[in-house]
Design a protein around this ligand. Sequence first.
Ligand SMILES: [Zn+2]
Length: 403
Amino acid sequence: MPLITFDGISQPLEEVQDNPARFALNLERAKKSPGYAVCGCKPRSVSSPLRLVIRRYGKLFHLARWPDEGAKHDANTCPFFSESSPGAESGATAQDAIRNTPDGLNAKLDISLSVRTVDRVSPSGGSTPTRAAGRRSAPLLGFLQRIWTDARLNQWSGGAQRNWGTCNAQVLAQLGEGKLNGRPIQEVVHVMRRYEESQQTAIKAELEEFLARIQTTADASERGIVIAEIKSIDLSKYSFVVKIRQTFESFFAAKDVIEKAAKSFRYAWSMIGNAEARVIAVLLLERTKDGNLRVIDLAVQLCSKAFIPCDSSYEVAMANRLVADGRRFYKPLRLLPGEEMLPDFVLVDTPVPTAIEVYGMESHDGYRRRKEQKQAIYSQNRTPCIEWVPPAHLASVRLPAAA
Ligand SMILES: [Zn+2]
């Protein structure tokens, strides 16, 4: 993690991200003058510092990539690195569901944030919302995976463990002052803040302020999105109770919503509450007529202990081992159709990138075919590949030495 300099102090990025309240005053001063913080991931001359945007979130501040300067950061160690500037994203078009803009993320999701509960038929018949000419929309999981990837949280640069503070800060930096379904993103998305005992009151107040905006009146319903780590999902008397980490707040969800999600995200589901894994979620919330908050849709993503996205419990075990071994690697996420043949993980600290494949379910025909296809691609491209075929013990997998 790079050292960040602002207001006359230098701190590891992790410290700043995990303790936003402790550095709020310094960051506020630096935001006023000189108007930026400085990233120390690469040696630079004093006259051309590697600037970071200081963004305000309520009483707190977070660091973000300076527009068009992502490529100047260290590709291996700095989370502010990005291959191309957001404006020059390869092949990005106005039709894309999710775009990066200098202000932050601009996303169109296939959900409604505002719903009329009374259907008024207008005389002109124009009650159908006009659609931005053919712009695609993304599902909740696609949204979560995209921000995780853009925030480089699917990468590991060999440090110590990563906690929710880092995820919160990097996701917020990615969202920026963007838009979601045309609404200011900070108004409709709440990224749960890491719990700090000294900040307990502030954290509770922030969440309550956000939740208070989720209202249902006689003729309309305003919804909101919460991004958080799932603690538990349990059946209570009449419905399910969704508990998230970092807060005591819990939400209700109807049986059909939970059953659908449990089926769609079954690998993540089975790991909820498992200490070896993390399960992150996007929750779409609505208030019932009697004032209770309800989860009306959700997507969850299984992650390793260090919040690296994973597709199975075996991948979680592999990612946990790679982090414990101090390796540098990333998890490619299938963001576009046609990317089914991506490796499970890629080691980047070897002389050439090394693929890691976690093969399971040998008895499953479709799975075996996919494995053969992948093996053919690796041998054709001469890509080094390490395989793990459970139930063989993970410790028996020999990894190439880091360069
Ligand atoms: Zn940097």
